[in-house]
Design a protein around this ligand. Structure first.
Ligand SMILES: O=C(O)CCC(=O)C(=O)O
Length: 239
């Protein structure tokens, strides 16, 4: 793992671990559906369309809806990311042993499963500009105490070429930071170079079966795939 820091969820808002560190069931079931999804016509078509018409992506960043008490972006197609729900992901994400591990790593007693997806991050063409969650942001925070905790499971080896997840350690806030409203999810471009150079920037490269547990009210972004797609599972919990 290239990350320079030993991180803990409590202090940094992010914890890196390996799938083998936990005794979990349903791993092969998720791998089987993920392998089929990767080569599905859906993913192949999305990759072709992104390569041909990257500028047709519509900016939907202001489109938020309140769901189960949490502000979430509307289900709009993110053209650089193809998602698919699957019962195998839900079964994996809701197993008691995983809830026990999440509770002990986060100290949050009442985490609820919000939903999970298989994700394929696509490879955009060379002239493409990072878009939406590929830019620095925080996940929506409604100001009432709801928080979003995400567990990412890399199914591929992830290095600088296939979009490692990035996080600013210690940047989570239990209340929106001064000057930002709950809806100001995206950090203005004038701050991006400061975040790139931030001493607590954590670039989550790692082998397949790396798990990233993080409080996404902290500042983060999804990496840009330059030469290879990235297959992962995203599981979302709320507290
Ligand atoms: O990994 C990605 O591509 C995006 C992840 C992200 O920013 C999120 O889930 O909020």
């Amino acid at each position: 793992m290239l990350s320079r820091f030993i991180t803990t969820f409590r202090e940094d808002g992010l914890h890196l671990l390996a799938l083998a560190d936990l005794s979990l069931e349903g791993i092969q079931d998720v791998r089987t559906v993920a392998d089929a999804f990767r080569v599905s016509p859906h993913v192949q078509l999305a990759q072709t369309m992104l390569t041909r018409t990257p500028t047709a992506i519509e900016d939907t960043r202001r489109s938020l809806v309140l769901r189960r008490g949490v502000l979430m972006p509307e289900a709009t197609p993110k053209r650089y990311l193809v998602q698919q729900a699957d019962p195998a992901v839900d079964a994996f994400a809701t197993q008691p042993a995983l809830f026990d591990a999440l509770r002990s790593l986060t100290d949050i007693p009442a985490l609820a499963y919000y939903g999970g997806h298989l994700w394929v991050a696509l490879v955009p063409p060379a002239n493409y500009q990072p878009f939406m969650s590929q830019t620095w942001h925080r996940d929506p925070y409604d100001g009432t105490g709801n928080r979003i905790v995400k567990l990412f499971w890399y199914l591929d080896d992830v290095d600088r070429d296939n979009g490692p997840f990035e996080y600013i350690g210690g940047s989570r806030e239990l209340t929106p930071p001064t000057g930002l409203s709950a809806l100001d999810r995206y950090i203005e471009p004038r701050h991006w170079s400061g975040l790139r150079a931030h001493p607590r920037r954590i670039v989550c490269t790692g082998p397949a079966d790396t798990l990233i547990l993080c409080d996404t009210s902290g500042i983060h972004r999804g990496g840009l795939c330059t030469t290879r797609q990235r297959l992962s599972v995203t599981m979302v919990y709320t507290a």
